[in-house]
Design a protein around this ligand. Structure first.
Ligand code: TYM
Length: 328
């Protein structure tokens, strides 16, 4: 049984990119693998400055992870800040990665640029070291993520190789797993950019909690191009290809097969909107039920935290012993 780990930040609402790029695959793999999924609130702190928001967002995200279908009987859902091992191993990771390697991370460059005159924390820069700790603590073989996280899994691998070389075989080398379609869902208004919580407007982002009418409206207004030919080609036709990929994932087909079924943009947009609204309807309904039962959510999180901590504590102890710190 492969050990699988992946995490999501509690920053803003979960969107279709998160779902198609990552969450959907977390759910589909949960019965074949031993799966751990973290709500990474420490990562969210890199861009959070307001008090009393992270806790509620963490709870709502936990409800969302169960609403999309993670089964607490088999999937371990935990909260990163509840486990001190993440911060403890992160420091060791920071000392195993170089300034140059961190400087090459595109997510850091993008986020720092978007924050312009805002505060750019050192945590935003060392973020991949904490992410490496998240992954390596669980001896994860596979990390199901969207395309944008591939670079962070690569650097985690490099860190693990370096640590193992310096201090002896300690960490499992992880590999990123991305879906064939949906690994990079683009913004419906700016199909050159990925759908992202930090994008400027909501019109191009489909949230999992959007009602069906707004979902259909967002797809009807999606930006395409002027040549009116339905063809799957991400380079020259990013808007149309994004719609084709989304509809393909919602209906279990390939984007090329979907393209063959349409000659005009209008019906493609309408059908994509309808299929996505239908796909998300049960998730929205289930989330509404779960989010109000705070006691049950707290119970499920406690269960996940305990299962996660047993694994994380053993790995941290192994890493500390490999380094050869003086035992307490
Ligand atoms: P986050 O919280 O931004 O996103 C969660 C997951 O959603 C995927 N994703 C997308 N996939 C396809 N198209 C998009 N437009 C899109 N936008 C987001 C992401 O690839 C991700 O899989 N650094 C991570 C969180 C993290 C993590 C980890 C992930 C922290 N520690 C350990 C894996 C393992 C992040 O910011 O994801």
């Amino acid at each position: 049984m492969a050990r699988v780990l992946s995490c999501i930040q509690p920053t803003g609402e979960v969107h279709l990119g998160n779902y198609l790029g990552a969450l959907r695959n977390w759910v589909s793999g949960q019965h074949e693998n031993d799966v751990f999924h973290g709500i990474v609130d420490l990562h969210a702190l890199t861009v959070t400055e307001t008090p009393n928001v992270l806790g509620n967002q963490t709870l709502s995200l936990a409800a969302m992870l169960f609403a999309v279908g993670l089964d607490p009987a088999v999937a371990t859902v935990f909260v990163q800040s509840h486990l001190p091992q993440h911060s403890q191993l992160a420091w060791i990771m920071e000392c195993t990665v170089s300034f140059g390697e961190l400087s090459r991370m595109t997510q850091f460059k993008d986020k720092a640029a978007k924050r312009e005159a805002d505060f750019v924390s050192a945590g935003l820069f060392t973020y991949p070291a904490l992410q490496a700790a998240d992954i390596l603590l669980y001896d994860a073989h596979e990390v199901p993520v969207g395309d944008d996280q591939r670079q962070h899994i690569e650097i985690t691998r490099d860190i693990a190789i370096r640590f193992n070389h310096r201090f002896g075989d300690t960490f499992v080398l992880p590999k990123a797993v991305t879906p064939k379609a949906g690994a990079r869902v683009m913004d419906l208004q700016n199909p050159e950019n990925k759908m992202s919580k930090s994008a400027s407007g909501d019109a191009g982002i489909v949230y999992l909690l959007d009602d069906p009418a707004s979902i259909e409206r967002k797809f009807k207004r999606a930006v395409t191009d002027s040549d009116n030919e339905v063809r799957y080609d991400r380079t020259t036709k990013p808007g149309v290809s994004n719609l084709l990929e989304i509809l393909a994932t919602a209906t279990n087909r390939t984007p090329e097969a979907v393209a063959d079924a349409y000659t005009q943009y209008g019906p493609l947009k309408a059908d994509t909107g309808a299929a996505v609204a239908e796909m998300l309807r049960p998730i929205r309904e289930r989330h509404a039920e779960l989010v109000n039962d705070r006691a049950e959510l707290a119970r499920l999180i406690r269960l996940g935290d305990e299962r996660a901590e047993a694994v994380a504590a053993a790995t941290l102890a192994r890493a500390q012993a490999a380094i050869g710190f003086l035992p307490r």
